[in-house]
Design a protein around this ligand. Structure first.
Ligand code: EPZ
Length: 415
């Protein structure tokens, strides 16, 4: 079915383990292309963005097998360096194949990537860094042609800590003579996961998780096995749902430090949160109070991807929650849908004011991006009556089976 049907009003109880992180899996899949090695990625989420990345690898000639949370890639048979537009437009992370193609083949033909419409999403920082490393890149409309006679080490200072640009330049550096020093690099945990994989692959890389990453020599190993880190944004989404609906939910195989700012906001809103090394338990009476202002920032600040789910959780919180979205210029489209349920949300530029209301009433809603769609699911769980959420394909891009996970916790949802 393409529509989720939700009957809200029930608390959530139970325990679930999380699948691997979409935003770690996608750069890791691109990284498999950088050498002719074979690799096995474990805990790889079964989501449409992973399917899209595997389709790109197969198009390039790699042998790819997906079964039971394991993706096995044999990149030894990769034989071409062009990616057609129909594969590029499926997701923003398709651009992460540019760096490894230049590292492996010294050439790449692709087009601008697609992905969630969250405002302008240029790739100028990717291209500027690659040019500094010795790539000649021309952009003709949507088409990108790139070639190099050999990438070389240098220092690249990013004007802002772009996650994708950090990952793309790290992957290109695998084909470099000399050392790449990346300043003002993004510090997200997914980049540390990429560094862990690349070290296993034989790369001399350090600094991931800090603002300065260096990539030196590379002696590729023939086989790598890696377990992908758990998805901290899926974790935040589930906990926002539990906070709003009330109940007690425990997440296993998750690192609470990866989304501590979200846990802080949920605690300020009145939830009781207990954390262990790889688990989090949240208890809520469902009567939330507006947390302190939420300001999205690059990691380790509050993650922009958790802004929509937390906003949904605050729709009935006592008082007014103030959100400031600093990462993307148009990431409040879910607010319009919340209003259809009776929510009181007003937007002024980058700032959203959410004043808690007594009651939300189920209505037909339409997702328009991944995390906003997940936020609509949470809002539907909070509403009296039945909510319907269309365009579920957006949600399926990053959540393996949100219906399965929420039903396991007692939610009345089908889709
Ligand atoms: C990654 O996107 C994530 N996607 C996003 O998650 C996440 O929201 C974002 O990082 C920020 O944390 C993946 O990892 C696959 P950026 P990315 O480059 O790399 C601007 C989700 O829902 N910018 O850090 O595209 C850009 O416009 C998705 O899972 C440039 O100006 O994010 C944005 O305003 C959504 N020029 C800001 O930087 C560039 O060349 C942050 O973008 C690149 C980025």
């Amino acid at each position: 079915m393409d529509i989720f049907c939700i009957r809200g009003g029930t608390p959530l109880h139970g325990r679930i383990a999380l699948h691997g992180a979409k935003n770690a899996a996608l750069p890791l899949l691109a990284a498999t292309l950088a050498t002719g090695a074979r690799c096995e990625l474990h805990d790889c989420p079964d989501i449409s963005d992973v399917t899209a990345a595997c389709a790109i690898l197969r198009h390039l000639g790699c042998a790819v097998e997906q079964h039971g949370g394991i993706v096995a890639v044999d990149a030894g048979s990769a034989c071409r360096s062009d990616i057609p537009a129909e594969l590029m437009r499926k997701m923003r992370a398709a651009v992460l194949f540019l760096g490894p193609l230049l590292a492996r083949f010294g050439t790449a033909e692709l087009s601008l990537p697609g992905g969630c419409v969250l405002g302008a999403r240029p790739i100028d920082l990717h291209l500027r860094g690659l040019r500094r490393m010795g790539a000649e890149i021309t952009l003709d409309g949507e088409h990108i042609s790139a070639r190099t006679d050999g990438l070389h080490g240098c220092t690249v200072a990013l004007p802002l800590p772009s996650v994708g640009a950090t990952e793309n330049l790290i992957l290109a550096a695998l084909g470099c003579r000399g050392t790449l020093t990346l300043c003002n690099a993004a510090r997200e945990p997914e980049i540390a996961d990429l560094q862990c994989y690349l070290r296993k692959l034989g790369a001399d890389i350090s600094g991931a998780g800090t603002s300065t990453v260096t990539v030196g020599g590379f002696r590729p190993r023939p086989f790598v096995e890696h377990t992908i880190m758990p998805d901290r944004i899926v974790a935040a989404t589930i906990l926002c749902a539990a906070a709003a609906c009330g109940g007690e939910v425990e997440l296993q195989d998750v690192d609470p430090a990866h989304f501590s700012t979200v846990l802080d906001s949920l605690s300020e809103a009145g939830c009781a949160i207990i954390t262990a090394a790889s688990a989090v338990r949240l208890t809520s009476d469902g009567q939330l109070t507006a947390p302190r202002p939420v300001v999205t920032q690059p990691y380790p600040g509050f993650p922009t991807d958790a802004q929509p789910p937390l906003m949904a959780a605050c729709l009935r919180a006592k008082g007014t929650t103030v959100f400031t979205e600093n990462i993307f210029t148009n990431r409040y489209r879910h607010a319009e849908e919340f209003r259809r349920l009776g929510a009181a949300v007003s937007i002024e530029g980058r700032v959203a004011y959410v004043t808690g209301v007594e009651r939300l009433t189920g209505a037909p809603l339409t997702a328009s991006d991944l995390r906003g769609g997940a936020a609509l699911v949470i809002a539907g769980l909070l509403a009296q009556g039945t909510a319907y959420i269309g365009r579920r394909e957006y949600i399926d891009r990053g959540y393996e089976d949100i219906v399965r996970d929420l039903r396991a916790l007692g939610a009345r949802i089908k889709g």
